[in-house]
Structure formats: C-alpha cells, structure tokens
Write a protein that binds this ligand. Structure first.
Ligand code: PAN
Ligand code: ZN
Length: 191
C-alpha cells in the first residue's frame, strides 16, 4: 500500500475557491447548449453576449481511485437560459452504487436527483444544508437565486462520472422561473 502525505487546503466559503486545486473546470454555455430546453434563448445569448460562463468546479486533487475521497467545490453563477435556471450538466456515477455528500456554502439552489425510471426528487440547498446523494441517483444542481450558489462535494474515489446518459436522455423535469418562483415542470425532450 502506498502512503500519501496528509495535507489540507483552504476553501473560501463565499466564492468556493479551493486552494490548492488540481484543476478548475469552467463550464460554458457551449459545453451544454443542448441541455437547455429553450434553443432560441441559447441562440440569442450566443449572439448577444457570446459563450456565457455557467459554472466553475474547483477540484481538490485527490486520486480518483478506490479508498480515496475526492472532493470539489462548485460555483454556479446566477442566471437563466430562457426560463430555465443555470445548472450543472449532471451525471450518474459510473459505479452506480456510489453515493455522495453535498454541503451548501453560499447562495441558494436545488439539488435535482433522478433514477433510471425517471423518478425525480428535489432537495433545497443553501448555506449549512448537508444533502445526501444516495447511490443509483443521477444528480444535477441548479442556482435558483440571484447570487452565486456554492457547494462542497465529496465522493468515493472509484465512483467515476457518467455524463453520456444524461446528455442523451436529459432530466425528466426542468427547474424554471415562474412568477418569481422556482417551479419543476416536465421536460418535453426527456427520452
Ligand atoms: C460534483 C459535480 C460538480 C459539477 O462534484 O461533479 O458539481 O457537476 P457536473 O459534474 O455534473 O458537471 C459531483 O457530483 N461529483 O461526483
Ligand atoms: Zn457526483
């Protein structure tokens, strides 16, 4: 067994910036343009403001192998694509029986979870909320507020990330803004 040196990192609870981070992933509209329901709104945003930054992920640098516990912070910037709130791509874990812990740090948002049969659950998140992503549930987070929504996540090192399933099928429900509230509606393009 190979020993690893213990270490710590610094997390800015307001911005989500983790230092040191092994990677900072910046997800822009072009990375997920087909995931938003309103194709006209996507087109308009590209024309008017270019490739909008939707969210950033600060990855902690822990090996993605069994026995380790990788972690990250995610900062979803506020905004909408049409009526739909900014969100992450969402994924299943490749090993479906691997769970995850989320801790809300700033702003407000929702965790959307989905099973293979299209059952969707919604968990409200804000600073101080610990949300559990049980194994077998796909998960996506959504910023439903007007400031950056920041959360910390930790998952088993051998979980892996399956993005393709959600890219192909989508989530059965969308989180949209209606009369100033975040409302779940059916996704007409869900397969
Ligand atoms: C999280 C997510 C992070 C970004 O760390 O990876 O919030 O979302 P996407 O990975 O869907 O782009 C996590 O759930 N890790 O397993
Ligand atoms: Zn995950």
């Amino acid at each position: 067994m190979e020993l690893m040196e213990p270490f710590s990192s610094t997390l800015d609870l307001q911005t989500g910036i983790l230092e040191p981070a092994s990677q900072v992933l910046r997800r822009r509209l072009s990375d997920m343009k087909d995931m938003y329901a309103d194709a006209d709104a996507v087109k308009r945003i590209f024309e008017q403001e270019g490739d909008r930054l939707i969210y950033e992920v600060y990855v902690g640098g822990i090996p993605e192998v069994e026995g380790h516990m990788p972690h990250s912070t995610t900062t979803i910037h506020p905004g909408r694509i049409g009526d739909e709130f900014h969100m992450t791509k969402g994924h299943y874990h490749v090993k479906r029986d691997r769970a995850e812990i989320y801790l809300g740090l700033a702003g407000q948002g929702c965790l959307l979870l989905q099973t293979d049969d299209g059952t969707v659950r919604r968990v409200e998140m804000r600073r101080g909320i610990v949300a559990y992503v049980p194994h077998f549930w796909a998960h996506r987070t959504v910023n439903t507020g007007g400031v950056p929504f920041v959360f910390f996540a930790a998952w088993p090192g051998d979980a892996g990330h399956d993005y393709a399933t959600i890219e192909q099928r989508g989530f059965a429900k969308l989180l949209i803004s209606q009369y100033g509230r975040a409302v779940l509606t059916d996704n007409p393009r869900y397969k």
